[in-house]
Design a protein around this ligand. Structure first.
Ligand SMILES: N[C@@H](CCC(=O)N[C@@H](CS)C(=O)NCC(=O)O)C(=O)O
Length: 212
């Protein structure tokens, strides 16, 4: 079967902005082609690439068929912005309801990616917020869904940020200060389709934080 589409991104490792896209594709059983000859800051600045994606950023997505967008089954179409691509991929397979939720409130969470480029005090505020959310009731497995429903796109987004923090910033002691977030991360990693995508290596020893 032909791949669902082409994802322009780094081919030698998972770019943090693509993890949620690849996670949604894995859960939906959709194959995304990642061109092996893609060279960051070179390929995405060529006239051919800019003709498709004017901002020349990665990740960018080229769809094979835009029938769902009403422009014919074989016309290519182009999507930029990692969150938009993740939403589209999540919406395009058999697990769309699990990934996107049944109501509008469930769709809000994926837009939040608060871990990016923040000072330690902001990160701790973010971690406390999510620790509290997961601790609600008897402890929630997932941010939006019931445990049996499995992770949604919100979990893929937050899980990606958690992995980034765990691999670059939070050593083991600090990870344990937020046990529900840690449990959530371990749970996400146990989903077979997500194990490789959300695995470490995790940080051994932390660098001293810069003052904000
Ligand atoms: N909001 C965009 C940001 C994309 C972005 O900034 N991509 C960077 C790599 S992390 C890039 O392509 N930079 C090259 C450039 O802007 O020329 C998204 O989430 O996709």
């Amino acid at each position: 079967m032909a791949p669902f589409g082409t994802l322009y991104t780094l081919s030698d490792r998972v770019h943090p902005r693509t993890r949620k896209i690849l996670g949604a594709a894995a859960l939906n059983g959709l194959e995304l082609e990642i061109p092996a000859n893609f060279e960051a800051r070179v390929t995405n600045k060529t006239p051919e690439f800019l003709a498709k994606f004017p901002l020349g950023q990665i990740p960018s997505f080229e769809g094979r068929s835009s029938a769902s967008l009403g422009s014919g089954s074989d016309s290519p179409f182009f999507l930029a912005e990692s969150s938009a691509i993740a939403q589209y991929v999540a919406d395009s397979g058999p697990r769309r309801e699990q990934l996107l939720g049944r109501d509008a409130a469930a769709r809000v969470e994926p837009a939040v990616d608060p871990g990016e480029g923040k000072a330690e005090k902001d990160l701790r505020r973010w971690l406390e917020r999510y620790e509290g959310h997961l601790k609600r009731g008897d402890g929630r497995a997932w941010f939006v869904n019931a445990e049996a429903e499995g992770p949604s796109l919100a979990d893929l987004v937050v899980g990606g940020t958690v992995l980034l923090l765990y691999s670059t910033y939070m050593e083991a002691g600090m990870r344990e200060e937020y046990p529900h977030v840690l449990g959530f991360y371990e749970r996400l990693k146990e989903i077979p389709e997500l194990t490789e995508l959300y695995s470490g290596p995790l940080l051994e020893k932390r660098k001293e934080p810069e003052e904000a």
